[in-house]
Design a protein around this ligand. Structure first.
Ligand SMILES: Cc1cc2nc3c(=O)[nH]c(=O)nc-3n(C[C@H](O)[C@H](O)[C@H](O)COP(=O)(O)OP(=O)(O)OC[C@H]3O[C@@H](n4cnc5c(N)ncnc54)[C@H](O)[C@@H]3O)c2cc1C
Length: 498
């Protein structure tokens, strides 16, 4: 397990379980399709109905592409999905093989928040159970161990200057309160708020009198929401978040019992041979009548034509494809420059669940170490062995990304040891996934860089003739599974309505 190479399981095709396919398909047909915001055409039809709609090509079998394809298929369109990998799900990636005793770990998307309506809707449709994840038990900041309860009771303060007692997340909001109060209607932001898009989070917080420590802490508290470094992130984006409430220590986060990959797999099983795997797209030609897409198939270039094209590829990938004629200048600029962060997950397997033993800090610890968040991933999985997950991002993920896999593992174990001193005795190895070195992703998820929070979203999702755009980066619920699904539904509506 220690020598599991990164991405080693990446090219394995997902195994299709015929029994579960029949079971699920039977249920789907009995249910008569989806109950959702889709039009009547989608509601009334099944995937086996004769195709009467147009021909649609969907690029990418992540949740966005799968959702679009699944719903278009139900609406009687002839759909083909081209996917570069040998599996569905994209950034929803559950590792099972590297671990013993049937344990699994989410190396990509993990949490479905209680408010993620689109995600919950499809979990319900496919009979997937979402269980609530544990809140933080403790903090490990500047070498100090602090229990969450002590923090909440204001018995202990965070060792960062300028922080409000009793809280961890959102400490910087006290310095932006005056600006947030200028927002009366989030749909119509006043000019003095809009112009903050020209500033980074660091610049705005510095101007607002926040001590350096507040900015340093923001680097960690905002780490999973955007994976950006604060000097890259638009100040307007932060202000919008503060207006909306933002993430805090009480957010109700859930995970799909048995693994998040069941969600994309449920859609992929229903699309079956409408998905062509190991077909990396290289070139797109489009006009008013439709599009032709060139892709690799067993080492040679081939092409397919369609009346509509849904591009559900991350912009980190699309920016290197040959598109003819070029999209509008606004769209091209957006594709070329939209920001993506760095993210790495390290899943350490331990022979014993040492974090549950006497004297432990707890199961879920927020840190300002290079591992950032460290938590017991396998809390809902039976057995004596357990998986300790590290979710690190931004500059820390980038620095770890420059190290060899062995050194990344050494770093992970060394941080775990500072929290649980007997960790080396029970450590059995670690699986690592650094998304920035994944050839079909090359990043974490999108975020609004300086100058990108004002109109980039509108530009990213706008169709270009018969070419439609889906993916988390085209959704207001950016950086989430929920957003990927929402964008797939929107792209589907565009095709049906055109
Ligand atoms: C480490 C990590 C943690 C995350 N945590 C969470 C979380 O807790 N909660 C949450 O909701 N979200 C989380 N996310 C975000 C979530 O995973 C994404 O927002 C969502 O899965 C994106 O779906 P998508 O369909 O837009 O893109 P992807 O899933 O990236 O799908 C794009 C697809 O295109 C394919 N592709 C790429 N290039 C080509 C090509 N040339 N030709 C053909 N196909 C190609 C890819 O293989 C991929 O299958 C996390 C992401 C990461 C990386």
């Amino acid at each position: 397990m220690n020598s599991t190479p990164q991405n080693s399981v990446h090219n394995k095709p997902d195994e299709l379980d015929r029994r579960s396919f029949l079971h699920h398909t039977g249920k789907l047909l009995a249910a008569g399709g989806l109950a959702s915001t889709m039009g009547k055409a989608a509601l009334g039809s099944s995937l086996n109905a004769p195709r009467s709609g147009g021909r649609v090509l969907v690029l990418g079998a992540g949740l966005a592409g799968l959702t679009a394809a699944y719903e278009l298929s139900k609406a009687n369109h002839e759909v083909t999905v081209l996917e570069a990998r040998g599996r569905s799900g994209g950034r929803v990636r559950t590792y099972r093989d590297p671990f013993a005793d049937g344990l699994y770990a989410e190396m990509g998307a993990e949490y479905i928040d209680a408010s993620d309506d689109y995600g919950h809707r499809y979990c319900k449709e496919f009979d997937l159970k979402v269980i609530t994840a544990k809140l933080y038990d403790a903090l490990f900041l500047r070498g100090r161990k602090i229990s969450m309860q002590a923090l909440k009771e204001k018995a202990v303060a965070i060792p960062y200057q300028g922080t409000k007692p009793g809280y961890l997340f959102g400490q910087e909001a006290q310095y932006t309160k005056r600006i947030v109060e200028l927002i009366k209607n989030p749909e119509r932001l006043p000019p003095e708020v809009l112009k903050l898009d020209n500033l980074s989070v660091v610049e705005l917080l510095t101007r607002s009198g926040a001590p350096e420590d507040i900015i340093a802490l923001y680097n960690y508290t905002n780490a999973t929401e955007s994976t950006a470094r604060p000097h890259e992130l638009s100040a307007l984006k932060m202000i919008k978040n503060h207006h909306g409430g933002g993430f805090n220590e009480e957010v109700n986060e859930g995970r799909i019992l048995g693994g998040n990959d069941q969600l994309p797999k449920s859609m992929a099983l229903r699309l079956a041979d409408n998905i062509l795997y190991r077909r990396p797209v290289r070139r797109i030609v489009h006009d008013q009548q439709g599009a032709e897409v060139f892709f690799e198939e067993r080492g040679r270039l081939t092409s397919m034509k369609a009346d509509h094209l849904v591009i559900a590829l991350p912009f980190t990938i699309l920016r290197d494809l040959d598109v003819s004629p070029s999209f509008s200048s606004e769209k091209t600029k957006c594709i070329q420059t939209l920001m993506y962060g760095h993210v790495m997950k390290i899943a350490m397997q331990f022979k014993r669940r040492i974090w549950d033993e006497a004297g432990s800090l707890g199961q879920r610890v927020f840190t300002d170490t290079e591992l950032r968040r460290i938590y017991h991933f396998s809390a809902d999985q039976p057995g004596q062995r357990g998986i300790l997950m590290s979710f690190t991002s931004g500059g820390d993920a980038q620095r770890l990304g420059r190290l060899s896999p062995e050194k990344r593992r050494d770093t992970a174990l060394s941080v775990a040891t500072s929290l649980w001193p007997n960790a080396p005795e029970f450590y059995e190895g670690a699986a690592i996934k650094y998304w920035n070195e994944d050839p079909w992703m090359r990043g974490s998820y999108s975020f609004e860089g300086v100058g990108q929070a004002r109109n980039y979203l509108e530009i990213a999702k706008r169709p270009e003739g018969r070419v439609h755009f889906a993916g988390e980066h085209t959704s207001r619920h950016r950086a989430t599974m929920n957003g990927a699904i929402e964008s797939g539904l929107r792209a589907c509506r565009e095709v049906l309505g055109s």
